[in-house]
Structures are given as C-alpha cells and as structure tokens.
Design a protein around this ligand. Sequence first.
Ligand SMILES: Cc1cc2nc3c(=O)[nH]c(=O)nc-3n(C[C@H](O)[C@H](O)[C@H](O)COP(=O)(O)OP(=O)(O)OC[C@H]3O[C@@H](n4cnc5c(N)ncnc54)[C@H](O)[C@@H]3O)c2cc1C
Length: 439
Amino acid sequence: MSSSPIRIDLDIAVIGGGVAGLWVANRLKKQGFKIALFEHKALGSDQTMASQGMIHGGMKYTLSGMLTGASETIADMPQYWRACLCGDGDVDLRNTRLLSDHFYLWSGNSISAKLSSFFASTALNGRIDPVPDDRRPPVLRHADFGGNLYKLVDIVLDVHSLVTNLAHNIENQCFLIDWTHSSWQINSGQLQLTIEQDGQIYEVHAQRFIFCAGKGNGDLLDELGINKPAMQLRPLQQVMIRHHYPYSFYGHCLGGETTPRLTVSSHRLNSTDYVWYLGGSLAEKGAHMTPEALIEFAQAELADILPWVDMASAEWKTLPIERAEPLQPNFLRPENAFVDRAQGIANLLVAWPTKLTLAPNLANQILDLIKDDQLLPISESKNNLYGILPIPPIAPTPWETAFPPAIDPVVAVSYKLQEELSEAYDEGEEEDKKEEEQP
Ligand SMILES: Cc1cc2nc3c(=O)[nH]c(=O)nc-3n(C[C@H](O)[C@H](O)[C@H](O)COP(=O)(O)OP(=O)(O)OC[C@H]3O[C@@H](n4cnc5c(N)ncnc54)[C@H](O)[C@@H]3O)c2cc1C
C-alpha cells in the first residue's frame, strides 16, 4: 500500500447502473450535484436489459375496470417520456431508438364478460382506440382472427439504446466497482465507501448514497444489517424465439386474468433474424418450469392464440429473471415507484422503480426527498475518480447472449472484406481481358 488514503467528496453516490440509477444520476447531474454512479457488472444488466421496453400508461392494470390512484400516476408517463425523446424533457433521450409508437391489446375469440365490460368501460375513453378490420397489423390480419383489437398510443423503446443514451449523458461519472477491493464503513450513522485501486485507497464520502441496484439492493442491505426497507423478488421466465417471420409486433393478448395472457415484443437480432420476446402470464406461470417444459407451453399458447403464424423453423430459448420490488403485504405487486430512507443510516436512500416506465417518477420522488432535506450541491472537492476507476461496459441484450453469432463479428468483417477484395480483383481481371481482346 503506498500513500495515505485520498478523500473523494461527492454530493450523491448512486449504486447500480440499471434504468433507475442511470435516470436518477442524469437528473442529479442536471441539478448541479457532484455525482458518481458505481456499477459492478455492466450498465443495464439484470432487469433493465431484460425488460420489454414498453412505456405504458398502465392500461393493462385497469382490467378491473377501475382507474386507481396508482394508474393515474403511470398514465402520465408516456407523455413524460415522449418529451424526453424529443429533447424537451428533464432527461435528454434524443439518442434513444423508438421501436414503436403504439401497441395493441387484443383478446381471443371467446371474450369473457369481464373483458367485454373492460373494453366498453367509459374509463378508457380517449386512451384506447378500437382497430377496424382493414387497419389490423399484419400479424393479426388473418381470416381466422375473431377477437377484439384495440390500439394504445403508448410507446416501446429499444432498451439498449436507452441505456447507452443515459450512460452517455453522464459518461465521466459512471465507474466500474470491484467489491473484492471495496467496502462499506458506518461512522456515526453515516455511510462511507472505501475503494482500493492500483494499491491506492480512496475514501468516498457523500451527502447521500442511493441504492438503485435492483435485486442487488437486497444483498447490500443484508451486508449492512439493514432490515428496512425490505425487498421481494418476483420470479419470471421469459421466452425468446429467433425467426425469419418479417413482421414486428408489440402487444398484450388478454385472457381472463388481470395479467395479460401473453405479451409480445419484437427485436432485431441481426440483418436477417428477428426475435419475438414473450412475457406476461406465460412468464409468470413458467417461472419454475424447466426451459424445455416452458418452451412446449409457449408453443402451445402461440398455436392457440396465433395459429396462422408459422414458427416451425424458429429457435427457442428462455430467460429466467427476477423482478426486484419493495416488500408488499401479501406479496402484492407494487403500483408505484418506491424510495425510502434506510433505517439507522442517515445518508442512505434505497430505491426500486418497480417498472421501467416509472423511472422518471422514482427520480422525482428522490429529488423531492433531497429538497425536503435541504441538500444543495456543495461538494467542491477537486479529487475525482475519473481516469482512476474503469468505465463499465453496456450490457448485451438477452437475445444477443442467447443467440450469439455463429462466428465472431470481427472475423465476419474480415471474411466480408476478403470477399469484396477478391470480387474487385476478379472484376479488374475481367476488364483487363476485355481491353486486351479489343482490336
Ligand atoms: C422480463 C421483464 C420485463 C419487463 N418489462 C417491462 C416493460 O415492458 N415495461 C416496464 O415499464 N417495466 C418492465 N419491467 C420492469 C423493469 O425492467 C424494472 O422495473 C427496471 O428495469 C428496474 O430497474 P433497476 O435499475 O431498479 O434495476 P436493474 O435493471 O435490475 O439494475 C440494477 C443494476 O444494479 C447493478 N448492481 C447490482 N448489485 C450491485 C452492486 N452491489 N454494486 C453495484 N451495482 C450493482 C446491476 O448489475 C444492474 O446493472 C420488466 C422486468 C422484467 C424482469
């Protein structure tokens, strides 16, 4: 160990680089706070990159026909995100790709009474439009389709580009943390972080630490012996289908339950292949199945719901993943983003957005708490971690991991170059020959 520890003073240190941590760090930076975000794997790992990217106004949660307070909060979110995508919002998302500016809600042929009254509900006025037969998307444009179809003007984002965009906005403030060389200390009820890098010790002090580590919040709280707030995990197993079916589709197929029977989003894998990513009840019911059993179940569901879609030559994979949420009575689904002070530590907040859609709402709640505590940007410390700690990479998508290219992309490019060079050479030879043959 070389010299004495170097003190780093931050206003706010965010732990975890999913959508929650990235969004909160973006907002805090814009407010002039000196921030640092610490990620231990890759930005967007875990839930964020595994999400379906649907920024929804909570319509699927109003299946009971009632608009609750929570669904009113979420109802404003698509508009909020749209402003950010246009560069007019609190966070600049002009480099985030929109996959779709709408998605569909549809029901099977045998619509239940509950669904009929849901679709007829006056609460839905102006938020959802029935789709006439001649305007159906290609996936549902089949003579055998006899269900009800509605279009929601909610949006679907390419989450990889969202994470890249959010990370780029705070690029000198995201750091890769190696917990084998880092540790927490609590001094007089205040949390402090110690990092060892290249033989040097850095003591990180912050007015606030914010745990935004998704499932990782549970481990961090355990390590510090904190019981409140507590976390619950909701296991899922998503299904991924790699295929050549050319139509993108984003929608929820409604069954008799409050969770959609099937949620479909579409993602481009490479220049020839697409992935359909399936969630909803299928992923909940499949959480504890073997991948083989779940794939069989998914194939049966798809054959029942969309029998005309040919996935015969498709490749199927599954993704087990857990949703991390604040603990609820009776393991209910939380409806709002959640942030609270950690019990016993004055400078620690713990947060879960509960939905990608609600990340902006989470950041608003955090900014309100910071305002209540009258925290101001005060850190004038010159010491910085930039150039000292490594920068975290962006996580791959689950489908990139599940369906890796047959050959390494660098090797593929070199093959392509060789091919093009030899074609150019052959063409040159041909031209020379023609010239020689001319009288
Ligand atoms: C399958 C699935 C589909 C979903 N689809 C949607 C959808 O369409 N629309 C929607 O609104 N919501 C959706 N959600 C919910 C949404 O994805 C999550 O609510 C949201 O992504 C949670 O973000 P987060 O940043 O809190 O956590 P995460 O995305 O889990 O990120 C946590 C980050 O913290 C890092 N981390 C963990 N521990 C540590 C540590 N000790 N130190 C440093 N870093 C750490 C992780 O590596 C990770 O980068 C979906 C969720 C799932 C699982």
